[in-house]
Design a protein around this ligand. Structure first.
Ligand code: ATP
Ligand code: MG
Length: 422
C-alpha cells in the first residue's frame, strides 16, 4: 500500500488553510461587488464536453486529461478547467433566457496530468468568472479592473497585466496562414511539440516556453497587424477604457492562450516570482464557444486564476495572510465537576459567538494553562473550588499580562460574552 499522496496532489493542512480561505473569501467578496453569482458544476463531465469546449488541438485535451471509462461504459473526464462545464450548464439550463449579462463565478479544483513542478500540479485550484451576453469592450475592461481590485485587496504590490487581441475567426484565419508561411522554413528548428502542433495550431508556437522556439518567433509576423476593423476598434477602445480606469497593462502580441475558440481580447497576469510558471491568471473573450458547443450564438468572456500560483506570489511579495483562528477563551477546570461546568459554559459562549475551548484530555492544571498559552488563547478562565460553588468565574487576559482579572456571574453568560468579544 502506498501511504503517500498521489503525485501532483497536495494536502492543505490547517497550518496554511486560513491563507486559502482568506483568498477565497476575498475573491467571493469582490465577485459579488461586481454582480457575479456562484455556479457549481460537476467535478466530472462527459469527455466530449472538454474535447469540444477546451479544443481538440489544445495540450489540455491532447495530453493532460484524466479520462476513464465508468462502469456504464461512458467516457468520463475529471474537469481540467471550469469554462467548458459552465458553458454546458449554461446551454442545458436555458440561461440564454436570463437577463444579459449572465455573470458567474466559481472556485474549483481542476485536474491535469502534467509534469509536476513548482506551481504546476495534477490537482490544483482555480478561481474564475464567466460573463455571457455582453459584446462590447466595456465588460473586458471591467473584468481586468476587477482582477486588479482583487489583487490589490490581497495586498499585492506588483503584478503585470499583458493584453492582446486575437481578432475575429476571419481575421485570424488570414494571420494563421501568414504565420504558417513564416514557420514552415524553420520547422526543423522547433521543439518536438511545436513541430507536431504547428500545422493544426500554429499560434500555439508563439506561446511555447522552449527557448529555441522563442528565438524563432521573435521575428514572426504579429497578429495585431492582421486585425480587421471591428477587432481593432474593440482593442483600441479597451485600452482607452483601461487607461480611464487606471489599470496598467502592456500590449503583448505573443499572448495567444492556445485555444481555438478565443476571439478578440486575451490577457494574462504574469509574475516574476513563480519561476517559469509565471502566468497566474489567464483569460479572454470566447464569442464562438457557446455556439460551438451547441447553444445559441452568445458572446462570452472569462478568466481562470491558479490559486497555488497566487499563493506563491503572495508569499514572494511578503503579503501572504494566514490568520489562524485562535480561541477567545480557554476554560481550565480543577476537577471533574468543574469540567462539566466548563463544557456547559463553553457551549453557552459558543452560541453567543465566542470561540471557547476547554480541557478534554485530562491534563493537570499547570499543563492546561501551558496548553492554553501555546494555542494562543486570548483569555483564561479557571473553573473550580469555592468560586464555582458561588456561580462565579474570573477571566484573566493571556495577551495583556497586566490587565486586571475580572469576575463574572455564571448566571449572566451574555455579560461575560460581551467582555470576551472586546
Ligand atoms: P500554463 O501555460 O502555465 O500551462 P495554461 O495556459 O495551461 O497555463 P489555463 O488553462 O489558462 O493555464 O489555466 C488558468 C490558470 O490556472 C493558469 O494561469 C495557472 O495559474 C493555473 N494552472 C493551470 N494549470 C495548472 C497546474 N497544472 N497547476 C497549477 N496551476 C495551474
Ligand atoms: Mg498548461
Amino acid at each position: 500500500m502506498k501511504n503517500t499522496a498521489a503525485k501532483g496532489t497536495q494536502d492543505i493542512l490547517p497550518e496554511i488553510s486560513s491563507a486559502w480561505e482568506h483568498i477565497e473569501d476575498k475573491f467571493r467578496e469582490i465577485c459579488q461587488l461586481y454582480g457575479y453569482e456562484e455556479i457549481r458544476t460537476p467535478t466530472f463531465e462527459h469527455t466530449e464536453v472538454f474535447a469540444r469546449g477546451v479544443g481538440e488541438t489544445s495540450d489540455v485535451v491532447q495530453k493532460e486529461m484524466y479520462t476513464f471509462e465508468d462502469k456504464g461504459n461512458r467516457s468520463i473526464t475529471l474537469r481540467p478547467e471550469g469554462t467548458a462545464g459552465i458553458v454546458r450548464s449554461f446551454i442545458e439550463n436555458g440561461m440564454n433566457s436570463l437577463a444579459f449579462p449572465v455573470r458567474l463565478f466559481y472556485e474549483i479544483t481542476a485536474f491535469r496530468y502534467e509534469n509536476v513542478q513548482k506551481g504546476r500540479y495534477r490537482e490544483f485550484h482555480q478561481l474564475g468568472v464567466e460573463a455571457f451576453g455582453a459584446e462590447g469592450p466595456f465588460i473586458d475592461a471591467e473584468m481586468l479592473a476587477m482582477l486588479q481590485h482583487f489583487f490589490k485587496a490581497l495586498g499585492l504590490k506588483q503584478i503585470n497585466l499583458e493584453i492582446n487581441s486575437l481578432g475575429t475567426p476571419e481575421s485570424r484565419a488570414v494571420y494563421r496562414e501568414t504565420l504558417l508561411g513564416y514557420l514552415r522554413p524553420h520547422k526543423n528548428e522547433l521543439c518536438e511539440d511545436c513541430q507536431a502542433r504547428m500545422e493544426e495550431n500554429p499560434l500555439r508556437v508563439l506561446d511555447c516556453k522552449n527557448d529555441h522556439c522563442h528565438e524563432i518567433t521573435k521575428s514572426a509576423p504579429l497578429i495585431l497587424d492582421y486585425l480587421d476593423e471591428e477587432s481593432e476598434a474593440h482593442f483600441n477602445k479597451l485600452q482607452e477604457l483601461l487607461d480611464n480606469l487606471g489599470v496598467e497593462y502592456k500590449v503583448n502580441p505573443k499572448i495567444v492562450r492556445g485555444l481555438d475558440y478565443y476571439s478578440k481580447t486575451v490577457f494574462e497576469f504574469i509574475s516574476e516570482n513563480v519561476g517559469t510558471q509565471g502566468t497566474i491568471c489567464g483569460g479572454g473573450r470566447y464569442d464562438g464557444l457557446i455556439k460551438l458547443m451547441g447553444g445559441q450564438d452568445t458572446p462570452g468572456i472569462g478568466f481562470a486564476l491558479g490559486e497555488e500560483r497566487l499563493l506563491l506570489e503572495l508569499e514572494a511579495q511578503g503579503v501572504l495572510r494566514n490568520d489562524r483562528p485562535v480561541a477567545d477563551v480557554f476554560i481550565a477546570s480543577l476537577d471533574d465537576e468543574a469540567l462539566e461546568a466548563a463544557q456547559k459554559l463553553s457551549q453557552e459562549l459558543r452560541y453567543l459567538g465566542i470561540r471557547a475551548q476547554y480541557e478534554l484530555t485530562g491534563r493537570s492544571l499547570k499543563a492546561q494553562m501551558k496548553y492554553a498559552g501555546k494555542q494562543g488563547a486570548k483569555n483564561l478562565i479557571v473553573l473550580g473550588g469555592d468560586e464555582l460553588s458561588e456561580g462565579k468565574a474570573a477571566v484573566r487576559s493571556l495577551v495583556e499580562k497586566d490587565k486586571a482579572e475580572h469576575e463574572f456571574d455564571l448566571d449572566h453568560v451574555e455579560v461575560l460574552a460581551d467582555y470576551l468579544k472586546n
